[in-house]
Design a protein around this ligand. Sequence first.
Ligand SMILES: Nc1ncnc2c1ncn2[C@@H]1O[C@H](COP(=O)(O)OP(=O)(O)OP(=O)(O)O)[C@@H](O)[C@H]1O
Ligand SMILES: [Mg+2]
Length: 277
Amino acid sequence: MKKKTTERGFRLAVAGKGGVGKTTLIALLAELFTRSGYRVLAADEDPQLNLALSLGVPLEEAEKIVPLSQNKSYVEEKTGAQPGSAWGGLLRLNPDVSDVVHRFALQLKPNLYLLTMGSVDQAATGCLCPENSLLKAVMRFIVLKPGEVILVDTQAGPEHFGRGVLKGFSLLLVVTEPSSTALQVAKKSITLGLELDIPNLKLVVNKVRDKEDQNRVKAFMEGSGLDIPATYFLPYSHDLLVLEPAVGSILSKGGKFTNAVQKLFSDIKMLIPEKPL
Ligand SMILES: Nc1ncnc2c1ncn2[C@@H]1O[C@H](COP(=O)(O)OP(=O)(O)OP(=O)(O)O)[C@@H](O)[C@H]1O
Ligand SMILES: [Mg+2]
């Protein structure tokens, strides 16, 4: 079920239950896209700075990062309202965010930028508060050029940012473990992706230990009544646990986990109409 991607640039997000490997996967894909010559913006919605650490930013540097949602002056400059204030008639819903990467992203490599967005209070999800409005604008309206990709790491659960943000995305990677609780969340995330008409969905089953795990996932998906997306199985990897938080070097080690991530990456690349310059 592949449809052509028509959005500007290529926007990828992950969704899934807590701890299934979303941040790990975004960090590895960011590394692979960068190595392939793409210009990558890795954007983090996680309040714990995990993506920065996974991309190799030292802890003392990561702790200095002020998430965009907490940057009071920028939120106010762009939305016309202070963070934390309730929605009033004056809030600009689609602020011009073309300067956000230039002003706030951390350049990690010549072609790799990290934008830490921070989270919006769960209680505020769906509200029209200034922070939410700004984060949505950043995700949806950053203009990407050919050869640029934005990879968004999200908090656990399928409803991050509310529905507005994922709408313009090119690909949703639904990440899960073989456990039934993680699969239930994956099912919700796939349903959301289908409802939002995201043109490409992929199911990534991580931390798979054996054939039995694979069969359990297949049986669950077949019984879910969903149109099952292309499915990738990533094995459980002890090497990752040894390496973390900075996981990038696993890509040079080879092995089953790395090969499976490489296969996923090469299939993702086939969805991108524009190649790097
Ligand atoms: N294939 C794997 N094999 C073994 N451990 C893994 C694998 N993938 C990820 N992990 C480990 O699982 C833990 C959770 O991974 P990660 O932080 O990427 O998950 P997450 O989905 O981003 O979690 P959260 O929802 O809390 O943000 C980490 O310790 C990571 O090293
Ligand atoms: Mg994470």
